[in-house]
Design a binder for this molecule. Structure first.
Ligand SMILES: C[S@@+](CC[C@H](N)C(=O)[O-])C[C@H]1O[C@@H](n2cnc3c(N)ncnc32)[C@H](O)[C@@H]1O
Length: 305
């Protein structure tokens, strides 16, 4: 069956070359959420390959990891990082983030790197929340984010149409609220995603998630293809847990129905599925989104099957 996901194009922006490229040089999800929900070490787990960080973290925790990606460039990149310790590269997402940071640093003194570093060294969420509201989340940031992220904004307007349709309508306001939620909850000083997003740098002295992935770490089975097709073809109850970020951000509702059926087939009864989405939550609420130290997520749904 042919894939119906726009992620197969390997393009985040309409203007990117037509061949698939590396979209994510790093990952923007906190495997602590998955590890807390998953069965004890040794479980058969499936994740999306993306940049390889989550696969490495799950393998380091002792799980038997399969990582799948429909974008061949992303899979080759994750393979190089996981097996030979290849250095992290800059993907399309990091280029966009760097543009945003450069615009903010030029226009807003509180967003210059030295000032941001002082903010990122804080370890008291209450102090971080005060700093965020007093110094960082001002009218200048609102203007910049509005210009970039409103539906016809400089960034949102240039996205691949399937992803443009996924972004919450006022993503500028939504994103500021998600950042405020994260800074009010998780200490910056040891939050790799706060450093990565705000400063474009890795957390100084970071643990495994923040460092280059050591090649030759615990083996990860890497597969190219659509994860829905992989789950459909897998033996029943082949996995104890799966974590699937962004897989439903783009495809149509029929794809979502196929994915749910495929997860029920391939994950054993009592197993766990984690689904992350950038969308705003529906009636079921945000799930564990606030617990993810990466503040970008709208929904992190943890389901026991
Ligand atoms: C997991 S997310 C990566 C962004 C995420 N926020 C992160 O932190 O890395 C997107 C990745 O999922 C892959 N992907 C999306 N849908 C897929 C599918 N149906 N099958 C396999 N890979 C898929 C994309 O190619 C991309 O590498």
């Amino acid at each position: 069956m042919s894939t119906a996901t726009p992620w197969a194009d390997g393009r985040l922006l309409s203007l990117q070359p037509r061949r698939p490229g590396v979209l994510f040089g790093r990952m923007y999800e906190d495997p602590g959420v998955d590890l807390a929900a998953f069965p004890p070490p040794g479980a058969r787990v499936l994740c999306i390959a993306s940049a390889g960080d989550t696969a490495a973290a799950l393998a380091a925790a002792g799980h038997q990891v399969t990582a799948v990606d429909v974008n061949p460039a992303q899979l080759a990149y994750a393979r190089a990082r996981l097996t030979t310790g290849a250095p992290a590269a800059t993907g399309a997402a990091e280029r966009l983030l760097a543009l945003g940071r450069a615009a903010a640093a030029t226009a807003l003194p509180a967003w210059r790197p030295a000032a941001l570093e002082r903010f990122l060294r804080l370890d008291d969420p209450a102090a971080q929340a005060r700093h965020w509201h007093r110094h960082l989340d001002g009218p200048g940031l609102r203007l910049l984010l509005g210009a970039a992220l409103r539906p016809a904004g400089a960034l949102a307007g240039g996205l691949h149409p399937a992803f443009r349709a996924v972004l919450p309508r006022r993503f500028d306001t939504v994103l500021r609220a998600r950042l405020a939620r994260g800074f009010a909850r998780h200490p910056n000083a040891d939050n790799p995603w706060a450093w990565r997003l705000l400063l474009g740098r890795e957390l100084p002295g970071a643990g495994r998630v923040g460092r280059e992935l050591p090649g030759g770490g615990p083996p990860v089975r890497l597969l190219h293809g659509d994860v829905v097709e992989h789950l459909e073809r897998s033996p029943a109850a082949a996995y104890d847990a799966v974590t699937l970020s962004n897989v439903l951000d783009g495809p149509d509702p029929a794809f979502a129905r196929r994915l749910r059926a495929a997860v029920r087939h391939a994950v054993r009864p009592g197993g766990i599925a984690v689904l992350r989405s950038i969308r705003e939550p529906g009636p079921a609420g945000p799930g564990a989104a606030a617990e993810d130290r990466c503040p970008l997520w709208g929904v992190v749904r943890v389901v026991r099957l």
